[in-house]
Write a protein that binds this ligand. Structure first.
Ligand code: AMP
Ligand code: MG
Length: 427
């Protein structure tokens, strides 16, 4: 933000885009997936629906009982309401899957189970707890006070879904209820978008892959593992291309490999202004950088570009927390759009009272890590996870939310209300 005082502070960089502008520009550049793949209804879980799912018939298809009880004609009982007891003759049974086939004479009832078809002439069901059976179980009596309202306890055809209405819209992420809904419509197969292919690799001469012994000055590569986890949750087809050395040749070779197997390419590290930061140079020789640097913390050195041929490239910073912040804030919505999800879900943002003071300088939008919980008055409260270094992956592991501090904010006192964005909820 170009607030007057932020111009003079270290965190202000006139060449950085705001997070809002960066997000908007990236989303505009994404063309949603086309193409249709038919998969079994179970395999559709977590996929994106390709075409509207229209109900071919009413759900439920038949008028059926919402209770175990007795179905009858309401008028027959109303006629008897001035007697001490309403009496009906029981003429048959309608069980779930076994409808009663006979007629319903006057002053008669059919024993009925939940989900069973209600005989045509019946208009009301009384629950079995309200009636008394005679010894032979051929008649029932009912106190006039216990007579339910006309139409009670009957579920009507189409009350869940009417035939020909849209049951699920194209672009929807298919969740457990939707899998069941598709099954209730008789869909054994569901049309979904093809899986997005995403390739990723880490860059850095200091990186040691799992299974090797780190030499002095080396660190284990963790970014490929967090990226794997975040991509897996988005249900993409991912390709891990390993660790790539800090050399233009190695990087170019990695980009070529990625281009062959993926629609989206993600790298981490090597995108800043250090002597070994070659990512942007190679990107410009194989395509173009659309923008570089976002005014966020952590995660300022972030590049978005396109390769010749249109594939998308996200150059994430190297620091492990910055990788996760930029992925969640920018790459994830972009992937969702490419997957054809529509509309994109809004981030869940709550107001919480911070229990800890928060260090901050004006200039960048910060995503600090916090633990969100409910206090004794049912208000949301948040505690920062402690030191907020962008290399401290343990802070992400401890946290269940980002504390969102806008560009213009300076130090935040304990007790202030702040915006938080939960992640991993339910997990
Ligand atoms: P860079 O952006 O390449 O300058 O890297 C910034 C910091 O992140 C350095 O301390 C790197 O060692 C660290 N880093 C880069 N890539 C990874 C990775 N894949 N796993 C863990 N740390 C990394
Ligand atoms: Mg590096």
């Amino acid at each position: 933000m170009t607030t007057p005082h932020s111009v003079f502070c270290d965190d202000y960089d006139p060449n950085s885009l705001s997070i809002a502008e960066a997000s908007q520009r990236i989303l505009q550049a994404m063309t949603p997936a086309e193409g249709v793949e038919w998969v079994s209804v179970r395999s559709s879980l977590g996929r994106v629906l390709a075409t509207d799912l229209v109900a071919p018939h009413d759900v439920p298809a038949h008028r059926n009982s919402a209770m175990d009880g007795y179905a009858f004609r309401w008028q027959d009982c109303d006629d008897q309401k001035n007697t001490p007891n309403i009496a009906l003759k029981i003429v048959g049974i309608s069980a779930a899957g076994h409808p009663y086939q006979g007629p319903l004479p006057e002053r008669a009832a059919v024993r009925i189970m939940t989900g069973a078809v209600v005989p045509n002439e019946a208009d009301t069901v009384v629950m079995q707890e309200r009636i008394t059976l005679d010894e032979s179980k051929t008649h029932l009596t009912l106190s006039p006070d216990a007579l339910p309202a006309l139409g009670a306890n009957i579920r009507h055809p189409g009350e869940d879904l009417k035939a020909q209405v849209m049951a699920l819209p194209a672009g929807r992420l298919i969740r457990p209820a939707d899998v069941g809904l598709a099954a209730s419509l008789g869909c054994a197969e569901v049309p979904v978008r093809p899986k997005l292919r995403v390739a990723f690799f880490s860059t850095g001469d200091e990186l040691c892959s799992l299974g090797h012994t780190p030499q002095v000055g080396q660190v284990f590569d963790s970014n490929r593992y967090t990226l794997f986890g975040m991509l897996e949750q988005l249900n993409v087809e991912w390709h891990d291309l390993g660790v790539v050395k800090d050399s233009p040749e190695a990087l170019e070779e990695a980009f070529q490999r990625a281009n062959q197997c993926a629609d989206v390419i993600i790298s981490s590290g090597g995108v800043s202004v250090g002597d070994a930061d070659f990512v942007r140079g190679i990107l410009d020789s194989l395509g173009r950088t659309v923008f570089w640097k976002i005014a966020i913390k952590p995660g300022r050195p972030f590049a978005y570009g396109q390769f010749t041929g249109g594939k998308h490239f996200f150059g994430l910073p190297g620091n492990p927390v910055a990788v996760m912040v930029t992925f969640y804030q920018i790459v994830r919505p972009a992937i969702m759009r490419l997957q054809g999800r529509h509309p994109l879900p809004d981030a869940l943002i709550l107001k919480a009272q911070t229990r800890t003071a928060l260090k901050k300088m004006p200039g960048r939008f910060e995503f600090q890590r916090g633990v969100l919980s409910m206090d004794e008055n049912a208000n949301w409260q948040v505690n920062a996870t402690g030191e907020q270094g962008s290399g401290m992956l343990s802070s992400m592991s401890l946290a269940n939310c980002f504390i969102r501090l806008p560009e213009s904010a300076g130090k935040i006192e304990a007790g202030s209300w702040v915006e938080v964005e939960p992640f991993n909820y339910g997990l």
